[in-house]
Write a protein that binds this ligand. Structure first.
Ligand code: C2E
Ligand code: MG
Ligand code: MG
Length: 773
């Protein structure tokens, strides 16, 4: 049963920081903002930029089925200024037709007449060629619908050709993202150049996105003059879809191809044709990914840990950046900026809230800090408990840098024992504070916590000794900050007086002087008879008989009244003044045990030993003399040692225990469960009894984990041949449960409070009568 490992490994989450509620208001505003963003197309620039970037990842070559014949600078240079005489157009068409292309498209305006001879020649060439489409254009109305045919070829040409729609929509950057499939003019269906090049019939007046991941440079392009002069082999044009257009800067048919730069209208048509040859593009409406993004944002914000929130949001953003890439490679186009916008503002709001909270959080441990404590209004009616780690800075300085968090985790896990749902606030320099119910009995809890700190914390391979004291302010109607100060002062006073904890006491001035003198008074008090020994009975559960008692020191001060054993024992231990008290209690206990044994037979007496006794070389001799003097068989004396790391690790301590066992006295490990309690420890310390600490026993009725701890300790101890005593049996149910669990002996208020020798004698007598009856 490794209790330390259990408590330090699982820092209760709630003790670290209270989970935040899901911020529905923030999510609502995010949704509204995302909606507006999407509806007004606010992200167009970013959307275009993202698409261009993605295109870079799946660039591919053109099919080669579409061929451009370009009226380029070279052609203008060799043939002459634009427009050319129509007989040259006719010659060019004848040349191309001779190569037997699939079709020919002229992205050239033939809407005006030139001289009749040339016009006739071109009309004749059109007639000879057959499958030729000529340029027409339309303007779009305010709705974006194509409404009016603007220009078309003159009737002489029109008679021998089809019409090809050369319209497109370009934005403020002169970039064309979409072109139509075609349109209807006066009941006649006209395909766009792109649709004609791909030989598909799309819906009228509907546009599609151009796939700009096709490399425009890979479209076979020949200079018009080269074709005219027969320098291009027929095989290059045979069976191809040939589009002829101007491609010279001086002719002003310039557009911006996203991701490429300046290009010409004819190239845009060719790319449109390439797009449709690959398939029919699908447009996914922007609100679909936006809905998913909103879902992701809501999911992220419902996580409790900030790092999970960030991880969810970042993952969603990454998906939005990457997934469209795979979609677009399959001609599925989706606008993601509204979705990204939703996630970005959620992320921003999260960061902003965290920055705001950072002022209320310890930078290292992420525990709420003392500012947060003071801002916690419900705390006004609560008691404040402050723990001060006396050697925190010192402990930190022995650790490698960056290990503070681990140390704090260990401290918090100990402080949270028994109150795991509590928020613990961390101040600077080893101060930890929490709120408690003012009516709580603090003493036992704080003492149990104090016991937990007897063992060093383990950070990595290092073990760090920690010393702690507690101060309590039960509530005095003052501000939280001044009450906090009082609790801290009380903790400091406890440290100074060698106590485990202290209440803030308004009369502390008088008290402080008393505490200072307490230690010096203790020795005299023993001599004056103010110190006496109380005996708390121990019940054997199998036989329901009182088989022994624990001797507990009591000090009744003539003016102050009873002083708690924990208070003066701890003070005496810390100032090395425990020797006289130990001798006194031992003497009394052994004398009285011998007496009871003579009268009633078989009675064990347990006496608490301070760790310092373990290094007292003469102790074994003195003890055996004491036992002999009072005639008590050593087996009736049990020495209770609190388990400490020092005991197990120092050969000296083990040696001493060995010699005490040789003498014949029993050894009990007191407060078991609050210390180092490893299996190894149990096996090494040759104790014959284990006393499970009351902090576990008290909880067995209500707490499953305490019950498990006690049950498994009993089994473990039995398997090692040790006897088990459970202390803190406060109620009958606990005694019954312990009996069921096969525990050997129980001690606690339900069996009997610590009592005077006379009371113990009476109790034994009635017990005897009852069992005789
Ligand atoms: P301990 O050895 O664990 O003693 C048990 C403590 O629990 C006693 O407190 C006892 O009164 C209390 N107790 C017993 N049954 C119950 C119960 O059912 N519920 C609750 N809540 N408490 C119960 P006490 O007498 O105040 O002693 C406190 C500690 O002071 C002892 O803890 C022991 O460590 C130390 N101590 C007492 N007398 C001596 C002594 O003579 N020498 C040394 N070195 N230490 C002593
Ligand atoms: Mg004890
Ligand atoms: Mg104990």
């Amino acid at each position: 049963m490794d209790v330390v490992a259990r408590t330090s490994a699982e820092v209760p989450k709630s003790a670290v920081s209270a989970p935040e509620p899901t911020p529905w208001k923030l999510l609502l505003w995010t949704a509204v903002a995302g909606l507006i963003f999407g509806l007004i197309g606010f992200g167009e620039i970013a959307e275009d930029w993202l698409r261009i970037t993605r295109n870079g990842f799946h660039k591919h070559s053109a099919s080669g089925d579409i061929v451009i014949v370009a009226i380029d600078d070279k052609s203008l240079h060799e043939v002459g200024n634009w427009p050319w005489p129509r007989r040259i157009d006719a010659a060019l068409l004848d040349r191309i037709s001779a190569a037997e292309p699939k079709q020919v498209l002229f992205d050239i305006n033939f809407s005006f007449r030139s001289n009749p001879v040339d016009d006739a020649r071109f009309a004749a060439a059109l007639q000879r060629a057959g499958n030729v489409s000529l340029f027409t254009r339309s303007t779009s109305g305010s709705t974006g619908k194509l409404v009016r045919r603007e220009s078309g070829p003159i009737p002489a040409f029109r008679a021998h050709s089809k019409l090809g729609l050369a319209s497109y929509r370009y934005n403020y950057q002169n970039a064309i993202w979409r072109i139509p499939y075609g349109t209807n003019f006066d009941g006649e269906k006209i395909r766009s150049f792109a649709a004609a090049l791909a030989d598909i019939d799309g819906p009228a007046d509907v546009t599609f996105p151009i796939d700009y991941s096709t490399d425009v440079e890979s479209i076979p392009t020949y200079s018009a003059v080269e074709v005219l002069n027969g320098r291009i082999a027929d095989s290059k044009l045979k069976g191809k879809n040939v589009i002829i257009g101007t491609a010279a800067d001086v002719l002003n048919d310039n557009f911006f191809i996203p991701g490429h730069g300046l290009a010409y209208g004819v190239q845009v048509h060719a790319l449109g044709g390439e797009t449709l040859r690959r398939g029919i593009p699908t447009d996914v409406p922007w609100w679909m990914p936006a809905l998913l993004a909103f879902g992701a944002a809501a999911f992220a914000m419902s996580r409790h840990q900030p790092q999970w929130k960030y991880a969810c949001l970042s993952a969603a953003i990454a998906v939005l950046l990457v997934v469209p890439l795979f979609f677009e490679a399959r001609l599925i186009f989706v606008d993601v900026t509204p979705s990204l916008f939703i996630l970005a503002i959620t992320l921003g709001a999260l960061g902003w809230r965290q920055a705001k909270q950072r002022g209320l959080v310890n930078a290292v441990s992420k525990l709420p800090n003392l500012n947060a404590l003071q801002a916690h209004r419900p705390g006004r009616n609560k008691a404040i408990v402050a723990a001060r780690l006396l050697n925190y800075e010192e402990a930190l300085s022995t650790l490698p840098p960056g290990n503070e968090r681990q140390l704090v985790d260990q401290i918090v896990s100990r402080l949270a024992v028994g109150t795991s749902s509590r928020t613990i606030y961390q101040g600077d320099g080893g101060i930890f504070v929490w709120f408690a119910e003012p009516g709580d009995p603090f003493g036992n809890h704080l003492e149990a916590l104090h016991a937990l700190f007897r063992n060093p914390a383990r950070v990595g391979k290092l073990s760090v000794d920690l010393a702690v004291t507690f101060g309590v302010e039960v509530g005095s109607g003052r501000s939280i900050s001044s009450r906090l100060a009082s609790a801290l002062v009380a903790a400091d006073e406890a440290a100074r007086d060698g106590l485990k904890w202290r209440h803030h006491d308004p009369e502390s001035l008088q008290n402080a002087s008393w505490r200072l003198s307490m230690l010096s008074q203790l020795d005299q008090a023993i001599d004056k008879g103010e110190v006496w020994v109380a005996y708390q009975p121990k019940l054997e559960l199998a036989t329901k008989r009182i088989v022994g008692a624990e001797a507990l020191a009591r000090w009744t001060h003539p003016e102050k009244g009873p002083i708690a054993a924990s208070e003066f024992v701890a003070a005496a231990e810390q100032h090395n003044r425990i020797g006289k008290l130990t001798d006194f209690v031992l003497e009394q206990a052994v004398k009285n045990a011998a007496q009871i044994n003579r009268r009633d037979g078989e009675f064990e007496m347990a006496v608490n030993m301070s760790a310092s006794v373990m290094s007292d070389k003469g102790f074994v001799l003195r003890l055996s003399a004491l036992l002999a003097r009072h005639g008590l068989a050593p087996k009736y004396l049990i020495l209770e040692l609190t388990e400490t790391a020092a005991l197990a690790s120092s050969g000296e301590g083990l040696d001493m225990i060995g010699r005490l066992r040789d003498l014949g006295v029993g050894i009990s490990i007191d407060d078991y469960g609050t210390g180092l309690s490893t299996l190894d420890y149990l096996k090494r310390v040759p104790a014959n009894e284990i006393k499970i600490d009351q902090s576990f026993v008290k909880g067995i009725v209500d707490s499953r984990s305490d019950r498990l701890m006690v049950q498994s300790t009993i089994e473990l101890a039995h398997s090692l041949g040790r006897r088990v005593v459970a202390e803190g049996a406060e109620q009958r149910e606990i005694v019954d449960l312990l009996t069921e669990m096969n525990c050997d002996i129980a001690q606690g208020y339900a069996i009997g409070r610590p009592m005077s020798l006379e009371s113990l004698a009476r109790r034994l007598a009635t017990d005897r009568k009852r069992s005789a009856a």
